[in-house]
Design a protein around this ligand. Structure first.
Ligand SMILES: [Zn+2]
Length: 167
């Protein structure tokens, strides 16, 4: 398995594309003159944020994240779909590894899977986890009448006509 090292990472950000409730998530990192876009699942990012917080606590990293200052990147064509994410701590920096899967079912799993290691400092870790949290929580607003998630175009509100919600 070949591992590409993005070292140092200049910017890392999470982007969500699409309608609320049907959003696609992209992990983007730039460095060394290129921007890498990886397609990922919401649950993978949620798990990553939890592990980042645990690592920051374990390492005594006390940096306040500033999501607002993070650079916005536009998602390009994803290089691969993230299958696994890992974290490591080395020489006061965090390496987040995102491995993909080959599309072909004929490829034995893990053999030719592309993988990238993002090298991040404490500040980048804090900023990224805050920014990613904000993207994840920026889902559908709740309906003030029934408390269910609402699409921008509205929704069939059960408080309106007594009908049961579709979702
Ligand atoms: Zn409603």
């Amino acid at each position: 398995m070949s591992i590409y090292e993005l070292d140092p990472v200049e910017a890392i950000t999470l982007a969500a594309v699409g309608e609320p409730g049907h959003r696609q998530f992209f992990l983007m990192a730039s460095g060394q003159g290129r921007t890498l876009t990886l397609s990922c699942e919401k649950a993978q990012i949620q798990a990553l944020i939890v592990r980042l917080h645990q690592m920051m606590e374990a390492q005594g990293i006390e940096v306040e994240g500033q999501a607002a200052s993070s650079r916005r990147l536009q998602p390009g064509e994803p290089e691969w779909q993230v299958a696994e994410m890992g974290l490591g701590y080395h020489a006061e920096r965090v390496a987040s590894e995102a491995a993909g899967t080959e599309e072909s079912a004929a490829t034995p799993s893990g053999d030719d899977a592309p993988s990238v290691r993002f090298w991040l400092n404490h500040r980048q870790i804090a900023d990224f986890s805050k920014q990613a949290e904000e993207v994840l929580s920026a889902g559908r607003p709740l309906c003030p009448r029934c408390g269910l998630p609402m699409d921008p175009a509205g929704h069939p509100c059960p408080a309106n006509n007594g009908a049961r919600p579709i979702f």
